[in-house]
Design a protein around this ligand. Structure first.
Ligand code: 13P
Ligand code: SF4
Length: 317
């Protein structure tokens, strides 16, 4: 189908209207991660964490998914729904954590632990998922690890800090890959300490990918909560407290403030910005819907080997 070009829109409102109209014409659903820029979140049909987005992508009847997130998220949608057209407005929107292990490295690691079960965080390439038994997100890592028979060794990858947190909450020993997300690892214990001194009564919401998470676990108290991004939104909505310190990528502040407008949210580090997430703009989303670009596909043999691990993920927790 050819979609006629509309005049170049200038304002955010006009661009959003253009995007909505193109989505209608394409019969597309727009999915956006909690770290997307505000104007992209506001035009999406669904905003959520990796688990919510994977479930929504699998469940939607729409033949086209415009994915406002990073590459592994679009690949996940393409694996779970091979019949749908999955668009990523900028193919350079990658993930440094996903890049911290290759399928070849994983095969070598597995060869050293031939009896182990592989649990991969969803922040991995399709090829790594194809070598995995289970996938998980920060929203269900505990439940996924608990679903693995207790007598099996688990290779957990690629995030070191998420792995340490899962060990703590499950009481289970994991063999952990030493990868990290540069954005979350960059949030230092000193950032947390400074805020805890300034606002000791605030609730502290910490993503388990944070380098400071292990510090919070060691020194945290009842006001420290280790949560996925969607877990943070739910927690803030349900809590009677008024003030929250947020240790994750700063894009989440938009949704927190939108959904709980009377409450106060502050980033523990204003520098926690994922440049990959910010590559998706309204203009690129508009162009992607207009020209049906850039389609993310996964070779059928890789997708077939990755699907069971991903299906276990969307069905757990
Ligand atoms: P969530 O699944 O908690 O949204 O996290 C995704 C992510 O990329 C964290 O950096
Ligand atoms: Fe990847 Fe980190 Fe960006 Fe999340 S914040 S997408 S883990 S680089």
């Amino acid at each position: 189908m050819t979609v006629s070009a509309t005049p170049i829109a200038s304002s955010v409102d006009e661009l959003q209207e253009e995007v909505r109209e193109l989505a209608r014409l394409r019969d597309a659903v727009i999915l956006a991660h909690n770290y997307q820029v505000p104007e992209v979140q506001d035009v999406a049909h669904f905003v959520g964490d990796s688990l919510g987005l994977a479930r929504e992508g699998a469940r939607t009847d729409a033949p086209v998914i415009a994915f406002c997130g990073v590459h592994f998220m679009a690949e996940t949608a393409a694996i779970l729904s091979p019949e749908k057209t999955v668009l990523l407005p900028d193919l350079d929107a990658g993930c440094s954590l996903a890049d911290s292990i290759t399928a070849e490295q994983l095969r070598a690691w597995k060869a050293q632990h031939p009896a182990a079960v592989v649990v991969s965080y969803v922040n991995t390439s399709a090829e790594v998922k194809a070598e995995s038994d289970y996938c998980c997100t920060s929203g269900n890592a505990k439940a996924v690890v608990e679903s693995v028979p207790a007598d099996r060794e688990i290779l957990f990858l690629p995030d070191l800090y998420l792995g340490l947190w899962v060990e703590r909450v499950t009481g289970r020993r994991l063999t952990i890959w030493m990868g990290e997300c540069h954005v979350h690892a960059g949030i230092r214990p000193a950032d947390i300490e400074r805020w805890q001194a300034d606002a000791p009564d605030a609730e502290l919401l910490v993503h388990p990918e944070c380098g400071c998470a292990s510090q919070c676990m060691a020194f945290g108290n009842e006001t420290t909560h280790i949560l996925s991004t969607e877990g943070m939104i739910r927690f803030a909505n349900d809590s009677p407290k008024q003030r929250f310190l947020v240790a994750t990528e700063t894009g989440i502040l938009h949704r927190l403030r939108k959904e709980a407008p009377g409450k106060r949210f502050e980033a523990v580090s204003e520098e926690a910005i994922c440049r990959f997430m910010k590559m998706i703009t309204l203009e690129k989303l508009r162009d992607s819907l207009r020209d049906l670009r850039h389609e993310v596909t996964v070779p059928p043999d890789v997708a077939a080997r990755a699907r069971l691990a991903l299906e276990r993920m969307v069905q757990t927790g």
